[in-house]
Design a protein around this ligand. Structure first.
Ligand code: SF4
Length: 206
């Protein structure tokens, strides 16, 4: 591992708390559905939509048998509600019959489950080491020089190839948090704890 990458990992690790909060629920099926709902939305809206959905239909069997329009109404606030309702209902039918698989390769075959959602599930629910590349992670990791691509799948592969597996989950959490707090689309480099190590620090702000 290059020393600069190690320095970035260490600096991030010491800056952020050991436990970084994510979605409040860890029940596997509800977690998976909530991460699907969070796509193109916020975690807060996803959690609200999930609460509405699971209050009315508490398990895969009941969601599978619900009217599609009812699901759409309940998750409306999280955006892209028609596509999400379709995916969630198809996912419910599969999970109701076969359960949830526990490998990345099988998870990404489920309706509405991409690599980010699958990795997030493996990390948070199964306790596995995983690289979770969402929009915050991708933007921030690129600026920090942890990857040289904006393609999320390639970025995930690059990071897995260059960084030891034991760091993947913590790196995912801390880079994501840095992206939400400082490395926004318009970055706050002056306040950023990584400004001394970051190759893309915005010098115009200094
Ligand atoms: S110094 Fe600026 S560009 Fe670099 S990680 Fe921090 S906020 Fe992002």
């Amino acid at each position: 591992m290059e020393s600069t990458v190690f320095e970035i990992i260490s600096e991030l690790d010491s800056f952020f708390p050991k436990e970084i909060e994510f979605l409040p629920c860890t029940e596997p099926f509800r977690f998976l559905v909530t991460v699907i709902l969070s796509g193109s939305s916020t975690d807060k809206m996803a959690a609200i939509s999930a609460e509405k959905l699971f209050s009315a239909y508490p398990n895969p069997h009941s969601i599978a048998g619900a009217e599609r329009e009812e699901i759409e109404k309940l998750i409306h606030g999280s955006g892209l509600f028609r596509a999400k309702a379709k995916n969630i209902q198809e996912l419910s039918r599969i999970v109701d019959q076969h359960g949830i698989p526990d490998t990345l390769e099988e998870l990404v075959k489920l309706p509405g489950v991409g690599e980010k959602t699958a990795s997030c599930y493996l990390q948070r629910v199964k306790g596995e080491s995983a690289v979770v590349v969402d929009t915050h992670f991708e933007r921030t990791a690129f600026r920090l020089g942890l990857t040289d691509t904006h393609d999320r799948s390639k970025a995930s592969r690059e990071i897995k190839e260059t960084i030891d597996k034991e760091y993947w989950s913590r790196l995912s959490d801390t880079v994501n948090s840095l992206g939400r707090m400082f490395c926004r689309p318009k970055p706050k480099c002056i306040e950023c704890p990584l400004s001394k190590l970051c190759p893309k620090v915005d010098v115009k702000q200094e």
